[in-house]
Ligand binder design. Structure first.
Ligand code: HEM
Ligand code: HEM
Length: 184
């Protein structure tokens, strides 16, 4: 269940492990890992793959009602886990420089993560089954209607931000591969 926050702890743990690895690489190479060099590049690629999985997998499962591969709550937990670990790896990939389009992509990434936390908060207000279906619960009719309306409003903001993020990320990846990798 989302309420336990297990996915947040798992993401936190993964974050600590990745930070440890990052610190070790920085210590032995005596510099901040560059975005275009082996370790920094790998962080960008793996982080981006996790972000793509975040964008696609949960929506796919949510819309395939006939499918029974795993519970919705599990998929949402996985969505949140990859939605935190992916952006964190991408943040370490940036080498702490935020120029131009890549910088704007980082900002959009940050916004979608913050927005995710707001969505998680509203989502957990509504009583549900493990499959994500709304059920009768502790909320009064008026409070439930308000939470539903907030959730719908949140979707109309969160989804376009995600799309803008991936468009600018793909342009960054194309430009980075062309200018920083192929032309080297
Ligand atoms: C959402 C995902 C990503 C974000 C937010 C992001 C962000 C950034 C940022 C902020 C920089 C530093 C730019 C600067 O020097 O000011 C950078 C550099 C770079 N990124 Fe990414 N990145 C992402 C994914 C990727 C992926 C998937 C790849 C490779 C396929 C990649 C390849 C590169 C390369 C090669 C550089 C170095 C460019 C250079 O040395 O001039 N990035 N990225
Ligand atoms: C790379 C980062 C992320 C991306 C690209 C992303 C993208 C999306 C998308 C496209 C949806 C709509 C799913 C649908 O209705 O089909 C969604 C829903 C949602 N996301 Fe994220 N998300 C990210 C990170 C997060 C994080 C970090 C959290 C929580 C801390 C989160 C919590 C949620 C919640 C609660 C929903 C609503 C589930 C529902 O209404 O069924 N997301 N996300």
């Amino acid at each position: 269940m989302l309420r336990g926050g297990r996915e947040l702890w798992m993401a936190f743990l993964a974050g600590i492990l990745i930070t440890g690895l990052y610190a070790a690489v920085a210590f032995f190479t005596r510099k901040i890992p560059a975005a275009g060099e082996l370790f920094g590049h790998a962080l960008g690629i793996f982080g981006f793959i996790l972000m793509l999985m975040t964008e696609v997998l949960y929506s796919l499962r949510k819309r395939t009602r006939s499918a029974h591969w795993g519970r919705m709550s599990g998929w949402l937990q996985f969505h949140i886990f990859t939605g935190l670990v992916g952006p964190f790896m991408v943040l370490l990939h940036t080498s702490w420089k935020f120029n131009g389009l890549a910088g704007a992509t980082t900002l959009l990434t940050l916004i979608i993560v913050v927005s995710g936390f707001i969505g998680r908060y509203i989502y957990t207000r509504i009583p549900r089954t493990l499959d994500g279906l709304e059920i009768e619960g502790t909320l009064s009719e008026a409070a439930l209607r308000q939470a539903r309306r907030l959730m719908a409003l949140w979707h109309t903001i969160h989804i376009p931000i995600g799309m803008a993020l991936f468009i600018s990320a793909f342009v960054h990846v194309g430009a980075a591969l062309y200018y920083a990798t192929l032309l080297k």
